[in-house]
Design a protein around this ligand. Structure first.
Ligand code: ADP
Ligand code: MG
Ligand code: ZN
Length: 612
């Protein structure tokens, strides 16, 4: 999976090595070099020698140091001065000797270096050496970490990828045909710019990949790197976020400088929303982030598109991006990377199944159907879980059953083997799950059930109903939505009907039902009162889709009332359906209670047998 990186990593030496060098240098400096240099070289001689030199007339200067019991004298031989030293003798003739030879005596002979030189030797040189070593050390450390680090503020750490044999290709990305088509046009341009220039067409400077998490945005960008035979700079938006104001901007500048040098090339900024957030008028706004964004805007304007620098970016929060970033001339292409449809899911499963050993008779389309709403990342995970399950059971390859179980694992969590439900609880869960399924099956428009289990899951669910949709739905009618609400209330309805008491088990159903009901009223114009007026706006559509209310307080109260009415009506409908089929409810629940699992087929058999 890894692409070749241009930068080669040298084998790294342990940090201790450099500390040891620094320590040895310091020792040498202090105990050998400094004392040696700070004293001028002085020759020790005998008293005889001194007297001899004096008599020979070679001595030019003498100083007697009583406190050191020494005599210092300067001998001049062949025009060279030499400082000598000898012991102080009790010589009564000394003064006479000195007078006789006519030397200058009594003035001090300098034997120490000047204080200025001493300062340089003892302070400035060691500090310089330390700075040098420290610098080297941090460089080495940074290399060891695989990128410029501590001492290199303001350098972009974009990784450069080149075309490589192991790289990801477009063929590794299943589905997403529109995105691939748009991106391959960019790759084509980088390969043959002449064709485009001949007709006068300009390539878009930038393209923005938007879509929910796990749909393959990063994968697509890597595939572009694999296909394009040009350098590919990849950096994540968060890498621009620095502690110091101005550093992020410096990194952006550096990145674009590098890109311009390497053109034609592709620059990929992943998770661009970290730096590209809307600049709001807040005074407490993040200065650093704003500067980084401004720099990015400037750089994108500044470079010459015809040079062949194409900027790709990915985000799952397009609505939070600054509008200035999205205007033509910057990211003028927006490439949606949506959740895969049925066919896309099947293809993704097949792409990933190539990497594992799997039985020949696995029906990928059935699995794709059962995994409706799953993203590419989840599908990849499902295939891997299936392989893991096969290993756990000591089989050599994964089977259809492995795949089906792993859908549940990925969506609902692992089976919780040690959580034991009491018999009463198990019975309640069985009725609850059958309640959902029966209501769904009895409403013609609802999707039939694929499988129901009442084995507790690590996610906390006590039972699990896997629904299968026959085909793809892009539009939902009002009736279908209402039926969906009824299905969600079916679990609780069964509990009420059979046990005349209610449990906490329906909290998730309640949440889902409410969400649909609210959406119908506030966003889809499916209520009589509000006609086609939006009462809520969705923000963050790719990340769960929170919504913000946009109406007066009075209306909010009315909306709440309408939501309750809508859910209540469907709840009553579910109760009615179960009441009408109470014998089936008992029979199915009994089956599920005893077997813990019921497939869609078994379910329909039981349901239809007595109906005939
Ligand atoms: P995001 O859109 O969040 O950047 P990624 O590109 O990181 O998602 O996808 C995560 C993983 O999911 C990929 O490494 C890949 O294994 C799998 N995946 C997602 N979409 C696809 C796809 N269309 N085809 C094949 N694998 C996919
Ligand atoms: Mg990503
Ligand atoms: Zn339920």
């Amino acid at each position: 999976m890894d692409l070749n990186q241009l930068k080669e990593n040298k084998p790294k030496r342990p940090v201790m090595f450099y500390y040891a060098i620094a320590f040895v240098v310091l020792l040498l400096l202090n105990f050998v070099l400094v004392p040696w240099l700070s004293e001028k070289s002085i020759k020790e001689t005998t008293y005889n020698e001194f007297v001899g030199q004096l008599d020979a007339g070679n001595v030019t200067k003498v100083e007697v140091r009583q406190d050191e019991y020494s005599i210092y004298y300067i001998v001049e031989v062949n025009g060279k001065e030499l400082i000598c030293k000898t012991g102080l003798m009790d010589d009564p003739n000394l003064v006479e000797r000195l007078d006789r030879s006519g030397v200058e005596y009594g003035t001090p002979i300098p034997t120490k270096q000047s204080p200025f030189l001493a300062l340089i030797l003892t302070w400035i040189i060691p500090i310089a050496i330390f700075m040098f070593i420290g610098n080297m050390l941090s460089k080495k450390l940074a290399q060891g970490m695989g990128g410029p680090g501590a001492m290199s503020f303001g350098k972009s750490n974009a990784k450069i990828y080149v075309k490589s044999s192991t790289g990801i290709k477009f063929s590794d990305v299943a589905g997403e045909d529109e995105a691939k088509e748009l991106l391959s046009e960019i790759v084509d341009y980088l390969h043959h710019p002449e064709q485009y220039q001949a007709i006068g067409a300009k390539m878009p400077k930038g393209a923005l990949l938007v879509g929910p998490p796990g749909t393959g945005k990063t994968l697509l960008a890597k595939a572009v790197a694999g296909e394009a035979e040009v350098p590919f700079f990849s950096i994540s938006g968060s890498e621009f976020v620095e502690m110091f104001v101005g550093m992020g901007a410096a990194k952006v500048r550096d990145l674009f400088k590098q890109a311009n040098e390497k053109a034609p090339c592709i620059v990929f900024i992943d998770e661009i929303d970290t730096i590209g957030k809307k600049r709001d008028g807040n005074f407490s706004g993040n200065d650093e982030r704003e500067q980084t964004l401004n720099q990015l805007l400037t750089e994108m304007d500044g470079f010459d598109g015809s040079k062949g620098v194409v900027i790709l970016a990915a985000t799952n929060r397009p609505d939070s991006l600054d509008p200035a970033l999205l205007r033509p001339g910057r990211f003028d292409r927006r490439i949606p990377v949506e959740l895969p449809d049925l066919q896309g899911r099947e293809e993704i499963l097949k792409v990933h199944a190539k990497n594992i050993k799997i039985a020949d008779n696995v029906d990928f389309s059935a699995i794709a159907k059962a995994a409706s709403g799953a993203s590419g990342a989840e599908l990849a995970n499902i295939v891997n879980e299936a392989a893991l399950r096969a290993v756990r059971d000591g089989r050599r390859f994964a089977t259809q059953a492995d795949m089906e179980e792993s859908i549940e694992v990925v969506i609902a969590g692992y089976q919780k083997k040690n959580r034991v439900l009491s018999e009463k609880e198990k019975l309640i869960v069985a009725y609850h799950e059958i309640g959902h399924a029966l209501v769904a099956a009895k409403q013609t428009n609802s999707a039939p059930v694929h499988k129901i289990t009442i084995i507790p899951r690590t996610s906390g669910a006590l039972g699990y109903t896997m629904q299968v949709e026959d085909g793809e739905h892009f539009l939902m009618s009002k009736e279908e939505l209402e039926n969906k609400i009824a299905t969600f209330t079916g679990g609780r309805a069964a509990e009420e009907l059979i046990f005349h008491s209610i449990t906490t088990g329906a909290s998730n159903d309640i949440e889902q039902a409410t969400k649909i009901a609210r959406g119908m009223i506030t966003r889809f114009g499916m209520s009589d009162e509000f006609d086609m007026v939006a009462m809520e706006n969705v923000t963050n559509q790719y990340l769960g889709g929170d919504s913000t209310l946009a109406c007066s307080f009075e209306t909010q109260t009315l909306i709440d009332k309408k939501v309750v009415e809508l859910v209540k009506k469907q709840h009553d409908k579910a109760l009615q359906i179960l009441q009408d089929n109470i014998m089936k409810l008992h029979e199915l629940a009994k089956y599920l209670y005893e077997n813990e699992t019921i497939t869609g087929e078994e379910f329909m058999n039981i349901l239809e047998n007595r109906n005939n």
